[in-house]
Design a protein around this ligand. Structure first.
Ligand code: HEM
Length: 304
């Protein structure tokens, strides 16, 4: 046996001894193991079997698949954010690298939104959308998780109630005042529309757990914990601002223009007052507020 093999066997022994396993049995298993293939590993058959239309309109497939692509990218984004959240000793290089990855994924989502905006026949959309009420992309849980993971809760609270909420407010109270409640909650009666009721029935507990989990480990808090000289790094600040703007303005506006094209003056499937609800100047959702000037904050999402 050459030294390289001896060394490998030694390392395998160390690995398996540490967990009370016999290396020989594992090596014997390798003799019979199937060689790996692309299809066993990437699972294209499973992935490509997940596109189920509700109508006969061919463009409904574009709608389903592009949403699924979004969900896959949302998962990639959360994967990277979680590495920043779960790492107690991040340095500038690690933080910057992860932030660039996260940003690249969201860039991909905003620059590809034409697939929705231009890629479906209006006539077909008007037909298949009727089978989707009262569902909406609003009910994407990962989208909400990205928000919780990106910033402090106060920045996700409806602007009208921010002054009444601080770090001592309970998570359930804060939840009731998240900016997105405005899509379906009547604050005078407390009544919620079906879009919200269904969403909360499915995900409220998970959201409360995430709100607590990311409370001190979201991207913004992690950034603020970095040493001062790193926080002042021009490239890092540029990357942070880029991510903030891409998620909260560029993507939102690409999405809004698609909605305007397909829904026009009509009702949204989720039933929100979407023409007002979706605009950044009303939502005022800003992940990293201290990285923007007063002027920029004042004009957030104006003139778009
Ligand atoms: C033609 C395509 C689309 C139209 C017309 C559209 C329309 C809408 C409307 C009107 C809303 C407001 C809630 C409601 O009342 O339904 C909404 C929310 C939302 N949609 Fe879409 N959407 C489209 C594509 C997408 C895609 C591809 C995604 C990707 C996952 C998506 C994700 C979302 C999210 C995350 C929200 C909540 C945004 C927020 O709370 O600010 N939508 N959409």
């Amino acid at each position: 046996m050459n030294t390289n093999k001896e060394e490998l066997i030694k390392r395998l022994d160390e690995k398996y001894n540490a967990i009370g396993q016999n290396t020989d049995v594992h090596l014997e298993g390798l003799v019979h193991a199937n060689p790996i293939t692309y299809w066993d590993y990437i699972l294209p058959e499973a992935l490509l079997g997940l596109q189920i239309q509700r109508t006969t309109c061919p463009d409904e497939m574009v709608f389903i698949m592009y949403h699924q692509i979004n969900e896959l990218l949302f998962k990639m984004i959360l994967w990277e954010i979680d590495q920043v959240s779960n790492n107690e000793n991040i340095d500038a290089a690690f933080f910057t690298e992860k932030l660039r990855r996260i940003s690249r994924y969201f860039d991909m989502l905003s620059t590809s939104f034409d697939i929705m905006g231009d890629g479906m026949e209006l006539e077909q959309y008007m037909k298949f959308r009727n089978t989707l009420t009262p569902a909406s992309g609003f009910q994407s849980a990962q989208y909400r998780m990205i928000e919780f993971a990106s910033t402090e809760l106060i920045n996700l609270i409806d602007f009208r109630f921010r002054a009444t909420i601080d770090r001592n407010t309970s998570y359930t109270h804060a939840f009731e005042h998240l900016y997105w409640q405005a899509a379906g909650k009547d604050y005078t009666t407390g009544k919620k529309n079906t879009l919200l009721v269904n969403f909360e029935k499915k995900y409220k507990q998970m959201f409360l757990d995430k709100m607590e989990g990311y409370n001190s480990s979201n991207l913004w808090t992690r950034f603020k914990q970095l040493p001062t000289e790193i926080k002042q790094d021009a490239e890092l600040i540029k990357a942070m601002r880029h991510y903030d703007y891409t998620v909260n303005v560029t993507w939102v506006m690409a999405h809004y223009h698609a909605a305007a094209k397909y829904i026009g003056g009509g009702e949204a499937t989720g039933g929100s007052d979407w023409r007002k609800y979706m605009l950044p100047k009303y939502q005022r959702r800003i992940f990293f507020p201290e990285l923007w000037s007063e002027e920029e904050l004042k004009n957030w999402g104006e003139n778009l």
